[in-house]
Design a binder for this molecule. Sequence first.
Ligand code: TXD
Length: 319
Amino acid sequence: MRKKITLIGAGQIGGTLAHLIALKQLGDVVMFDVVAGIAKGKALDIAQSSPVNEFNINLIGTDKYEDTKDSDVIIITAGVPRKPGMTRDDLLGVNLKIIKQVADGISKTSPNAFVICITNPLDVIVMALQKYSGLPKNKVVGMAGILDSSRFIYFLSQELNVPVQKIKSFVLGGHGDSMVAMLDFTEIEGKKINQLVSEGKLKKEKLNAIIERTKKGGAEIVKFLEKGSAFYAPAASGVEMAECYLKDLKKQLPCAAYLNGQYNTENLYAGVPVIIGAGGVEKVVELNLSEQEKKDFENSIKAVQELFEAAKKIDPSLK
Ligand code: TXD
């Protein structure tokens, strides 16, 4: 029996998610969008490519939540993306309303789904989604850290002319300008990045510029596209999380997860290393952070907390 994967939002990221899932044959796909035609058209278009890429899955498009019933995985991109000059936080008001609708829609029809939220501003939107839906905290998770880490690793690989597979790193904290590139946990061909800096193989200013470019990675693409934001790398990142759950891979991945005392943080979602397997978010991994990383991480947590306060002003029912 094939798994059922519902994509709430069939826009730029949603369409790319559907295509990647089809090529990987992860399961049958239901594309849901309030603009039903977008969902139906993209589902049919991808389905028509199945003979070429030899995949056998069912794809449908809909604007009816009953068609998404009993999903195993739900990936949410419903919402509006940034326009040039906007910050991710500027999307809070409009996307908070949308995520409430989505929460109402999925909680009744797919109470056992593993729910991956991508909609921005990510950390607060995924938190609102969990609170509005009442779904288990270990089954509601946000995608941002994998994307931010992938951008950071890509920029390093370009600078150092090293294959991406030879670079290990991750970015934690809020999905915003306060995100933290974990340098103590960054290795290039098995060598700590700080060692490359002290050996003069990577200038500190260059490394700082790469960190800055990672933080602004989304805005750089928004500026190029003018209408819309990044979608290929975000979709690839969301699929990695879905695959990890569906195949019980128990990978350690940077994701926006519920903190219940870990990293001295209560009742907040933020980017941390987690183990994802068949149980959803099976573990929040607590790292021994350097003093600097602890300070930077706390600063990032503070930014998420401040945005959550803003969300509570918009909707006092959020606690
Ligand atoms: O790392 C990350 N988490 C970010 C997330 C990376 C890139 C983009 N990020 C955010 O994802 C972006 O800021 C947006 O908030 C979402 C979706 O981005 P996308 O580029 O896919 O936006 P589109 O192409 O506008 O698609 C959104 C779709 C669109 O087809 C709408 O009709 C639909 O969402 N939509 C809805 N679907 C269901 N239910 C409701 N209420 C709804 N409202 C709009």
